[in-house]
Every structure is written in C-alpha cells, then in structure tokens.
Design a protein. Structure first.
Length: 236
C-alpha cells in the first residue's frame, strides 16, 4: 500500500551478567549524529544483513527464517558494536516488535537474551556507539525518569521485564519457559496522556473505546513511564 514502509528484519540481544547487587544488562549509547535512535541507550543490535541470511540456515539451532537470521544479526552486532562474542544458537528469544504499517521507519525486531562469558571485556566501536554501561534494569528505568538517559519503548519494556529477576540463570530460565511476547504497538491518547497500546489491551482496536477490560500498555507520562499488563504470559 502506498505510504507504508516495509518492515526491515532486525535482531537485538540483551547481554546479561551477575553483578554484586544482582542481574545486570549491557547498554550502549548511540551517537547523537545517527539517523535512528540518536543519543538513546540501547542493547546491541541492528538490521539483518545478507550474510546473516546466508548463515542462519546452517546453524541457528532449528530457528530458521526471520528469527534465525535475526539471531545472527544480533550476535554479529554485539561483536561489532561492543566486542562481545555470542553463539547465535544459544540466544533465547524474549520478544518480537513490529510498529504499525503507517510508521515512517519500521523494523521487525527480535529481542533475545544471552549470558556474557565470564571475564568478557566490552569495547565499543567509537563510531555508532560512544559509551557503554553495565546496569541493573531497575536503575536504568530510574535514570530514564530522572532525565539522565533516553530509552525507546521496546528497551524500556524489556528492562521492566528483566527487573523482576535476580540472576542471569533465573532470567534465562523464565524466558525459555515462555513464548516470546509479541508487540504490535499503536499509539493512543488516554486521559490526555500518550499511550503505546498493545494487542491484548481493550483499547487496541478502538482508541476511544471502553475504559474497562484487559490492559497491555506503556503509559508515556512525562512524570514517569508506567507499564500495565493484566494477563498471564503464555507458556511455551
């Protein structure tokens, strides 16, 4: 359809480690000069390249097609952007995100989890990525609300999810037990506040519809973002 951007397959990986205060994730700051997500703190990742498509069928742990290629893209980007080496077949899928067809730039993004090797040393590329930090998920959310760092909604929701776990092993086990969450966001205004609404929400198909019903939304309140999810995560 005219005016609709084709979704570009992409892969992102949340690299985990156990810090002294609990679970930590690797976050990277994108250069302010980039066209997409400039200045935001993100996880390693990027679009699927031809080499990822060629490699995926040969060893993606049975995950072929877009998810298989996304695994290779995520692992490749982790090496290129942060110097972190990961086995694509060992990545555990957490979620899949696809913006609406009307979005000006669309990525069909698989988000994975992976454990960092003991003693892994992060080395950012100094081009697209200018800084890195290991942080507890809850601390990253607090810093966003304090205006200390910028996050995109998929990053925020992923951090919220991981903030419930105290260790890498527990987070990976939980992700293996559950099917990847599927996010097809639509924007709405609820009580004067912008809200990113997901398919399970009562307002998803009718932004001005009933206020009652199931909730699955990220409330982009300037005073602090809030996530509401009132249904159980489906098991694998």
């Amino acid at each position: 359809m005219t005016g609709q951007a084709t979704a570009i397959p992409a892969g992102t990986v949340i690299v985990l480690r156990d810090g002294t205060a609990g679970l930590e994730v690797l976050m990277l700051r994108r250069a302010a000069t980039l066209a997409f997500a400039a200045g935001n703190w993100v996880f390693p990742g990027g679009r699927v390249e031809p080499a990822d498509l060629a490699d995926a069928p040969l060893g993606s742990g049975g995950y072929l097609g877009e998810q298989g290629a996304a695994r290779y893209a995520a692992a490749r980007e982790a090496a290129e952007e942060a110097g972190v080496k990961l086995d694509p077949a060992a990545l555990v899928p957490l979620s899949h995100w696809l913006p609406p067809a009307t979005a000006p730039r669309r990525f069909s993004t698989w988000i994975f989890l992976a454990a960092a090797d003991p003693g892994a040393v992060v080395a950012v590329d100094g081009g697209e990525i200018t800084e890195h930090v290991w942080t507890r998920p809850a601390e990253a959310l607090r810093r966003r609300d304090a205006g200390e760092l910028a996050l995109l909604p998929p990053t925020w929701v992923s951090l919220w999810d991981l903030a419930r776990y105290h260790s890498t092993a527990v987070a990976l086990a939980a992700a293996r037990r559950c099917a990847p969450m599927v996010f097809r966001p639509r924007m709405a205004t609820v009580d004067g506040t912008t809200v990113s609404v997901y398919a399970e929400d009562a307002r998803y198909h009718d932004a001005a519809g009933a206020a009652d019903g199931p909730r699955h939304r990220l409330i982009l309140d300037p005073a602090g973002w809030r996530y509401e999810r009132t249904f159980a995560t489906p098991p694998r």
